[in-house]
Design a protein around this ligand. Structure first.
Ligand SMILES: Cc1cc2nc3c(=O)[nH]c(=O)nc-3n(C[C@H](O)[C@H](O)[C@H](O)COP(=O)(O)OP(=O)(O)OC[C@H]3O[C@@H](n4cnc5c(N)ncnc54)[C@H](O)[C@@H]3O)c2cc1C
Length: 419
């Protein structure tokens, strides 16, 4: 008869796996039940993505966490877990770990002590609650118990492990240099579970040709912009207003990262470079009749950007809707059509990325284990009792701003309560 290595094997010691372990261990203690919990990770260091999160500051939750901030085939799947583990509950947990967080814009909460401190505190709390860690052990296969009951068998590089319950907390293929793998997808294939193909999310946009040259010249420049995809795009339309950063390869910053989760190859993005301004009214201001059009444009966006785009248009051999010589005419001389062309220049810059920076630079991945196969309350698999999945391994991808980590906490908590 096989002996279990633990009651619960948690595959992946990232934020979702650790919160699941901590919740299950504390619950078992409250109920005076003995539960052996073992976290298994390929990496020698637990939670590498959490340690890198928010540029080392960890945007650890968002006060506005709600299903609308998540992409999933089943948009309601997150609702129960999010309502049972709210951002305030996470902040209470942080306090109990001796940490704190501060709100920045749009509900984003950053850990005052930083991402490393958060990962270390969680690991310490798990160990204190009696959980064990087995690191440097990559998981390669999972076999459910046979019909007569028995144990799950988990294959690792260094031999099998056995347990009554198994949690898939293996994350997504995003950012492989920080431990992203496609193990969850491979296990889904072995277990006969449906899986939605993974796509990079929250990743920079790469441009080509003259747009790429322009971005290279402006690398480092950032501004607030609205970026949008029209209703004919695969996602049915998307728009957000946030920071946009020019890079050596294209566009990054929160606005570009957020849009990348919705963009499909071939789609054109419309960028409004002065989203808070009433541009047509400003262009018709009385008393500015003697101003050159290029002066007006440089007042509506960073001067370097206006000049670089005007130079690119002047150098382009392709037909454009921006009349030649318009930039050097005085405002009083302009027709309605000329004013419309200036408005379009500011509010509707159209660029077609050649690609995204892909999984290598994706902060998350959409797709994952199909949520149809899992309970939204407990995260337990509907067809394989005793098997659970949490965090980014599931087909749930959050928007930028702390939503992905909040999903890791909320789904980890939901499973931990049911184990
Ligand atoms: C650079 C970067 C910055 C980010 N910043 C933020 C932020 O500020 N706020 C935010 O909300 N989100 C942020 N994210 C996203 C967030 O980190 C993830 O959504 C979150 O870590 C997912 O948690 P998880 O536990 O599901 O998966 P992961 O954190 O990916 O953990 C999965 C674990 O499984 C292990 N694993 C994988 N394959 C195997 C295998 N075969 N065998 C054994 N172990 C395996 C991995 O080593 C890893 O430890 C960021 C992501 C990146 C890449």
């Amino acid at each position: 008869m096989l002996q279990p290595d633990a009651d619960i094997l948690i595959l992946g010691a990232g934020p979702a796996g650790m919160l699941c372990a901590l919740t299950a261990a504390r619950r078992a203690k409250e109920n005076k039940v003995k539960r052996e919990i073992l976290l298994v990770d390929q990496d020698r260091v637990a939670a590498r993505k959490l340690r890198a999160s928010g540029g080392g500051r960890s945007n650890c939750t968002n006060m506005n966490a709600a299903p609308a901030h998540y992409l999933s085939k089943n948009p309601r799947f997150t609702a129960q877990a999010l309502s049972r583990f709210t951002p305030l509950q996470f902040l209470t947990l942080l306090t109990s770990l001796g940490l704190s967080a501060r709100e920045e814009d749009q509900g984003k909460m950053f850990c005052d002590q930083g991402a490393d401190a958060l990962a270390l505190a969680l690991e310490k709390a798990c160990r204190k609650a009696g959980c064990r860690f087995l690191v440097g052990r990559a998981v390669t296969a999972v076999t459910p118990p046979d019909a007569k009951g028995g144990l799950f068998s988990v294959e690792t590089e260094h031999g099998p492990l056995y347990a009554k319950r198994v949690v898939l907390a293996l994350g997504s293929p995003a950012w492989p240099a920080l431990g992203g793998t496609d193990t969850a997808a491979r296990l889904a294939g072995m277990l006969g579970l449906p899986h939605i193909p993974s796509r990079p999310a929250l990743t920079p946009l790469l441009l080509s040709g003259s747009d790429a040259n322009l971005c290279r010249d402006l690398a480092g420049l950032s501004l607030t912009a609205s970026v949008s995809l029209d209703a004919k795009s695969a996602c049915g339309g998307y728009s957000c207003t946030d920071g946009l950063l020019f890079t050596h390869q294209g566009l990054s910053g929160p606005a570009a990262l957020r849009l990348s989760s919705h963009w499909r190859r071939g789609e054109t993005i419309t960028i409004n470079l002065a989203p808070d301004a009433d541009v047509p009214a400003l262009l018709r201001q009385p008393g500015r009749g003697k101003a050159l059009a290029r002066t007006m444009l440089a007042e509506l966006m960073p001067r370097r950007l206006a000049e670089a785009r005007l130079n690119a248009l002047a150098a382009s051999a392709l037909p454009t809707a921006f009349p030649k010589g318009l930039a050097d005419r005085r405002m009083a001389e302009l027709s309605r059509a000329d004013l419309d062309a200036l408005t379009q220049f500011v509010c509707a810059w159209r660029v077609t990325p050649k690609a995204t920076a892909g999984m290598a630079r994706a902060e998350a991945a959409s797709g994952g284990l199909d949520t149809d196969a899992f309970s939204a309350k407990s995260m337990q698999c509907k067809t394989i009792p005793g098997l659970f999945a949490v965090g980014e391994a599931l087909d749930v991808a959050g928007d930028l701003g702390g939503f992905n980590l909040h999903w890791a906490w909320a789904s980890g908590f939901a499973a931990g309560q049911s184990l």
